[in-house]
Design a protein around this ligand. Structure first.
Ligand code: SF4
Length: 423
């Protein structure tokens, strides 16, 4: 039975207790928010060492970090090192976005299973996947893909203990006819696979047609559905267009279908959005999706920050979170350029943590600003060891402080003119 069904029966599960304690949140209220679908706890009982984490209304903003292999870069060890970085720097969830090889590649799925199982074994963070990547790889490309292959892959992910899955059921034949006017067409990887299939076969989205079968699997293992935005804008030009809004409307309908069945549901959002449009986009998404937890992939507030997209995403993510988004997917400096390195992952997580924390301060989450005030007191006292212990990235603090020429009690910015010393 899922967390949602148990909460609807009035039960306070161990997972609800753990989240309430971690958030210092009223446990009865949390149970009600879960019963109403406003909060989810992605917690597959088969993920044995999981530390449950709550995502949604009135809770602290959570951040997700993506790891995973690509067909050009299939080094499992390197990705497992990234997992360690994610845990060390405070990601709240992990997504394994590994994709298999092209039809000619020997890697079509077997290694994907092994890697996913290793992640689940090693991490206590909730783990998400996008099963359509593996389903397309195992089909040898999009033409021979079918729903049976997808359900088989989904079943494997659920049995292994995956806690949440992205499912792009909101794309329809009607909505793909609306992408013609776009600059960047379909920016989502899973979305592009599906749109190619739908165009080639001239059929409706199989993940929508067979949505009930997908929910059956998710229900059995309490896997949270993350309703994917396959038509999210991949550029400022496309933000808020008809295709995005048509898909959002469908996702809102699917939230209700999922809740009715007892499957926990959240919704994925943009993408690339001009800064001034973010508040309205979040307001609409929350309304159309009946208050479901909203998981934003950025939003990036400019298209020209290549090499710095973690900053463009953190700016958008801060505002989105202040306006009601609940879950931020990190971006790394490598976004749009290549598979991230360990250092890219570290920087992406820190940028996202800053966004989430800044939004929590603005949302006046109780006690969340205490660490900032302590930091300010340590700054005033020129207490460098305390500052080191309080900052988000102690390693960078140590490196930069160590590089200062002047090793006096001030720093090398002003030296003897240090303003903190006197007044
Ligand atoms: S030297 Fe300047 S920058 Fe450094 S701590 Fe003092 S006031 Fe701040």
């Amino acid at each position: 039975m899922t967390q949602s069904l148990k909460a609807k029966e009035g039960k306070i599960t161990q997972e609800i207790k753990t989240v309430a304690e971690a958030e210092q949140f009223d446990v009865q209220k949390l149970k009600e928010l879960i019963a109403d679908g406003k909060v989810v706890i992605p917690a597959n009982p088969n993920h044995k060492n999981l530390k449950p984490c709550g995502i949604g209304k009135d809770l602290k903003i959570k951040i997700n970090a993506n790891i995973g292999t690509s067909p050009e870069d299939f080094e499992i060890e390197k990705e497992l090192q990234k997992l360690e970085v994610c845990e060390k720097y405070g990601a709240d969830a992990i997504m394994d976005l590994s994709i298999g090889g092209a039809p000619s590649s020997p890697c079509k799925g077997g290694d994907l299973d092994k890697f996913r199982q290793l992640i689940l074994e090693k991490t206590s963070l909730p783990v998400g996947t996008v099963p359509i990547y593996q389903a397309f790889a195992e089909s040898g490309g999009y033409i021979d893909f079918n729903i049976d292959t997808f359900l088989k892959v989904l079943q494997k992910h659920a049995e292994d203990g995956v806690d949440f899955v992205t499912i792009h059921s909101g794309i329809t034949q009607a909505s793909i006819s609306l992408i013609e006017k776009r600059v960047t067409g379909v920016a989502s990887r899973g979305g592009s696979f599906l749109v190619k299939w739908m165009k080639h076969h001239n059929q409706e989205n199989p993940l929508l047609v067979h949505f009930d079968k997908i929910l059956d699997v998710l229900l059995e293992y309490d896997v949270t559905i993350s309703l994917g935005d396959g038509l999210r804008p991949g550029s400022l030009h496309d933000a808020g267009d008809e295709a995005q809004m048509a898909e959002l409307k469908k996702l809102g309908e699917l939230v209700l279908v999922s809740r009715e069945k007892g499957v926990q549901a959240m919704v994925e959002g943009p993408g690339h959005v001009p800064f001034d449009q973010i508040p309205e986009q979040i307001r609409i998404a929350k309304e159309v999706c009946h208050g479901a937890p909203f998981y934003v992939l950025g939003p990036l507030v400019t298209d020209i920050a290549a090499g710095y997209d973690h900053i463009a995403g953190a700016i958008g993510g801060t505002l989105a979170a202040q306006c009601g988004a609940d879950f931020l997917c990190y971006l790394t400096p490598a976004e749009h350029l290549r598979l991230p390195t360990l250092e890219d992952v570290r920087e992406g997580i820190i940028a996202s943590k800053i966004a989430a924390h800044a939004a929590d301060i603005a949302r006046k989450i109780p006690k969340v600003r205490e660490r900032d005030d302590e930091m300010s007191r340590a700054r005033k006292a020129l207490d460098w060891s305390k500052q080191h212990s309080l900052c988000l990235d102690p390693e960078k603090f140590k490196k930069y402080r160590g590089e200062a020429k002047n090793k006096s009690d001030a720093c090398s910015m002003c030296g003897d003119w240090c303003a903190m010393k006197d007044l």
